[in-house]
Design a protein around this ligand. Structure first.
Ligand code: ZN
Length: 314
């Protein structure tokens, strides 16, 4: 891929842009999505925008290097969608902005040293969720994008969709996820997939009926909200910690136990546990007494954090 940059001689951040673009293209082609870059040329132009075009991105200068990386990786990711696969970004923005946000995250962390781990997704999605008091923005992802303007557009199309794709990767495992993503790209390059083409391609390729997952992530009014709803400690026996999915979205579980000697252990569960139930139990049989249990929400930000923590009575 032949990479060009165009900028004014006094640009502060763009002398690095060609190298950033080279690393990004190489990362996309080899790691995630791990699929050949769709074009033989790419021009990174230092203009006054944050916008993608086929074989070109037009990016404003930014002060913070982390932001420059996130912007360049994001706009280059758009070469896969909506350009290589021609999704309808006016109707289904999550089908291009969601992937651009997901790939921006992977390339920003995988190909560069970032100084702030929350500079890109999932950081800005978390900040948005925490700052959003108006739940009327939080509509099902399948809601036509043209009906989301102005306030619900950013909230639904970027970080929320990237979070759905991240949960899908957790559900399938990285290898299977990439295999199905490649199949989706292969089938729909130069064509116009709608949302159901994406769902059906993943069902078909994985050989799994993922309809319950699509329904919960893309069609239902629900949210991310896990809670610790019971802890039973057994002296010298097996402890049980109960986690309830109050919100409804099938997210992975990360439950961190703090033990009496101060050590910690993290118990994990795949999002598939939510396929047919809303309550799951974790069992712990170690020697040490559990003094604290906490649901981690570094990725899948939980707007109701109060019920994510349990502490033993003194
Ligand atoms: Zn974008």
């Amino acid at each position: 891929v032949f990479i060009h940059t165009a900028y004014q001689p006094n640009s502060v951040d763009f002398p690095e842009a060609a190298d950033m673009a080279r690393k990004t293209v190489e990362y996309f082609a080899r790691k995630m999505p791990g699929y050949p870059f769709p074009y033989p040329n790419l021009t990174v132009f230092n203009g006054h925008s944050m916008m993608e075009y086929p074989m070109m991105v037009n990016d404003v200068s930014l002060d913070n290097t982390d932001d420059v990386i996130a912007l360049i990786t994001h706009e280059i990711a758009h070469q896969y969608a909506p350009f290589m696969i021609g999704v309808n970004e006016s109707r289904y923005a999550w089908m291009d902005e969601g992937w651009a946000t997901f790939l921006e995250y992977h390339a920003s962390y995988g190909a560069f040293p970032l100084s702030d781990s929350m500079a890109t997704f999932p950081g800005y999605y978390q900040r948005k969720v925490k700052a959003t008091t108006d739940a009327s923005f939080d509509l099902p992802l399948y809601t036509p994008t043209d009906l989301l303007f102005p306030n619900g557009y950013g909230f639904n199309s970027y970080g929320k969709a990237a979070t759905a794709y991240t949960a899908l990767k957790e559900l399938l495992g990285e290898e299977e996820f990439k295999r199905c993503l490649h199949e989706y790209f292969r089938r729909w390059t130069g064509k116009h997939p709608v949302a159901h083409d994406f769902f059906y391609t993943f069902n078909d390729c994985s050989g799994k009926d993922l309809d319950w997952f699509w329904k919960a992530w893309f069609f239902e009014y629900n949210r991310i909200d896990l809670a610790i709803t019971g802890v039973e400690l057994q002296d010298g026996g097996i402890d049980r910690i109960e986690v309830t999915n109050r919100g409804g979205k099938p997210v992975p579980i990360e439950l961190r136990l703090t033990l009496a000697d101060g050590s910690q252990e993290v118990l994990r569960a795949n999002p598939k546990v939510w396929r047919d139930r809303s309550v799951v139990s974790f069992y712990y049989g170690g020697d040490q007494r559990i003094v604290e249990a906490r649901l981690l929400d570094d990725w899948y930000v939980d707007p109701v954090p109060e019920d994510n923590l349990w502490r033993a009575a003194d």
